[in-house]
Each structure stands twice: as C-alpha cells, then as structure tokens.
Design a protein around this ligand. Structure first.
Ligand SMILES: Nc1nc2c(c(=O)[nH]1)N[C@H]1C(S)=C(S)[C@@H](COP(=O)(O)O)O[C@H]1N2
Ligand SMILES: [Mo]
Length: 369
C-alpha cells in the first residue's frame, strides 16, 4: 500500500519473515494433520457410509474417546498457532500493487479461500465445544466439507511455497533472538490452551480444566449432560412406559420386568463429539440378550427410538458388531444408582467405541432391521 498505516515500511518487526513462518507452519501442519485424521474417524463412526459399516469395530472400548480427545486438543492448539502464523505474513495482505499478474491474482485468491476456510473450520469447532451455534447452517456437514476444502487448499499452498519452505527448513547458522522469544511465547500459549482444556477428556488433567466448557466429573450422578431432560421434554417418562422390542418374535417389557432379567456391569466412557468424555459404571440388560429374545437373525442391526418428542438424536441405528458386543447394554443404572432423567431414565444405550451422540437416552423401542 502506498498510504496509511499499512504502507510499505510500516511493519517494523523483524519476525515478518519466512523462517519464523516455516517453523510455525510445521507445528500448525502437524496439529492440523492430527485434527483432520481424527475428524475423519469421528465422522465415519457417527455417520458411516454403507460400505464402511461391516468394518466398524466395537474395540478398543475407549477408541473414540482417544481419537475425539486428540481431535479437540489438536484443534484448540491450532488456534494460537494459526494466529501466530498469520501474524508473521499479514503485511503481505497490503501488498502494492494488489495484483501484478493474473497468476498473482489467482494465487492471492487461493490464499484468501485457504485462510477463510481454516478460520471458519477452527472457530466452528471451538464454538461447537461451547455448544454455541450462532449460524444458520448445519454444523457437522459444514465442518466436514470445510475440512476438505481447508486441507486441499493447504496442500496446494505447501506445493506452491515448496521452494521457499525448503530454503528455510533448516535452522540458520545465526539465529534471531526475537524469533526465539516469539516462538517460545507461541509454544507457551498453545501449551496453556492445551493443558487447561485437555482435562475435559484426559482424567489426570481435570484439575487444570480452567478454559474448557466442561469438567468430566460435574453433572448429575457425577457425569456431564449434553441435552437435559428438560430440553428434550422427557423429565417424566410416560406413565405407561414399556420397552417394545420388534423383530421376528416381538414383545414388550415393563421396567420391573427389565430389572428382573440378568443384569450386567460395564465400565464405559461417554465420549461426546463436543469434546468432553467421562467414564462411568453402567448396569443393565445386554442388548444381545434382548435381541436374541426377539429372534433376531445373525448379523441383524438394530434401530433404537427415544420417547423424546423431537431432536436430531431421537432415532439411532446400531450395526450388528456393536449389538452383539457383550459390553453393549440397555442401561438402567449408573454408578450404582437408578438413572436420573438427565441420563436417560428409565433406560438408555451404552456401547463401546461409539460417539456420545449415539448413546441414546430415554429409549422406548428397539427394532431388529
Ligand atoms: N434421546 C437422546 N439421546 C441422547 C442425546 C439426545 O439429544 N437425545 N444426546 C446424546 C449426546 S450428544 C451425548 S454426548 C450423550 C450424553 O449423555 P449424558 O447426558 O448421559 O452424559 O447422550 C446422547 N443421547
Ligand atoms: Mo454429544
């Protein structure tokens, strides 16, 4: 720019230079790679395409807890790294003339799309952990497609800057003291963000969980709640509540009858896609037992329906792999107590290695499909 506060020569910091950008870019790239891959896992587990269903695994029990924990941790760490990296290059936003050639204009347009997609991606993710949706579009699909756009854009960007990156990849013989100080500060910021939010999913860090919206041990019966019974309109279960199981041999059971069936105890986490996870001891009836009693054929999948009036998670499909797992329960109790309404009274699903959104609460119907 020729005039104004952003004109050439107005950017005095020695750190608007490629070596600093490259170092930050490497850290950011590593965080984004972890975030992208774990995000694909999450998407596949929550909403698997048909071809993938036969490959889904109910073990390791806490697999989703780990991948989703890493997703949120790496995504949050990416925010200060992205901010710092953009700061090192932002003077170029005011380049003059704005376009030297068609190619240069296209390159700048590409950078604009990349930066916009990245910023939207990390901030929609951050807002999601806060359960704050100040936008009219669906979160999950937008976050998914933006991830591809941002990743594709990033690969093109890395290819376009390949020579520059290579030139500044190795530590220069004489370092800049400001650079060291700046990188230390950025590392510290990313570290603080990580340490004060990871506790929402990493048990031994829960005491440091200052910035995360959740603590895994706070909530009714020692567990957080995403959608409360009041929000779902299920504070009181229907007076004539019965579990209805539809299959070759359909039947219904009262709560008392369910409680008479063999009960099993499992220790399983709820790992919410919104970033928190918490493990509890659940007791109830094996889903496989209910299925067998309905005469379900081998390999059958199940569909669960909640008596919640409406809501995106009212109906849930469970592939056979999870249905036959002895750890998958229709739980009636948690941590030794009857489920509170917020946790799904009278009965909820709990199964290993599945996203929290699929641990359906307030169940009234199971269908063999
Ligand atoms: N019927 C129904 N079940 C539901 C939900 C819901 O909105 N409706 N929310 C799900 C989500 S997003 C999570 S993370 C878990 C949380 O379980 P909790 O509230 O018992 O901790 O319940 C799941 N089960
Ligand atoms: Mo969730």
């Amino acid at each position: 720019m020729r005039r104004g506060p952003f004109r050439d020569g107005k950017f005095r910091s020695a750190l608007h230079e490629p070596r600093t950008t490259v170092v930050l870019g490497r850290w950011l790239g590593a965080a984004l790679l972890v975030c992208f891959l774990t995000g694909l896992v999450s998407h596949a587990l929550q909403d698997p395409p048909t071809w993938l269903v036969p490959y889904l695994q109910s073990r390791p029990v806490g697999g989703y807890q780990v991948t989703q924990g890493l997703h949120v941790i790496s995504g949050l760490a990416a925010i200060p790294l992205l901010g710092a990296k953009l700061w090192t290059v932002y003077p170029r936003l005011f380049e003059w003339p704005p376009a030297r050639s068609v190619l240069h204009a296209l390159e700048r347009l590409g950078i604009f799309v990349l930066v916009a997609a990245m910023l939207l991606e990390v901030f929609t993710g951050l807002f999601n952990t806060l359960q704050w949706y100040p936008w009219p579009f669906p979160f999950r699909q937008t976050h998914f497609w933006l991830a591809w756009l941002a990743t594709g854009g990033l690969l093109v960007h890395i290819a376009a800057k390949g020579t520059l990156i290579a030139r500044h990849w190795r530590r220069p013989a004489v370092g800049l003291p400001q650079r060291r100080a700046f990188l230390t500060a950025v590392t510290a910021a990313a570290g603080v963000v990580t340490l004060t939010t990871a506790g929402q999913t990493v048990p031994f860090l829960s005491g440091l969980d200052l910035l995360a919206p959740r603590r895994p041990d706070i909530g009714p019966q020692g567990l957080p709640v995403n959608r409360t019974a009041a929000q779902a309109g299920t504070v009181t279960a229907p007076a004539d509540w019965r579990l209805r199981v539809d299959g070759p041999r359909p039947y219904t059971l009262t709560l008392a009858e369910l409680a008479q069936l063999p009960q099993h105890d499992v220790e399983l986490p709820i790992a919410c896609v919104e970033g928190w996870s918490a493990t509890a001891r659940w007791s109830g009836v094996r889903i496989a037992d209910l299925m067998e009693r309905a005469g379900a054929p081998a390999g059958a999948a199940l569909r669960f329906t909640s008596f919640e009036a409406n809501g995106p998670y009212r109906v849930m499909e469970m592939p056979s792999e999870y249905a036959v797992d002895p750890l998958s329960l229709l739980a009636l109790r948690v941590n030794g107590e009857v489920l509170k309404a917020d946790h799904g009274y009278p009965a909820r699903v709990i199964a290993p290695n599945r996203p929290g959104v699929l641990q359906t609460k307030w169940i009234e119907r199971i269908e063999v499909v």
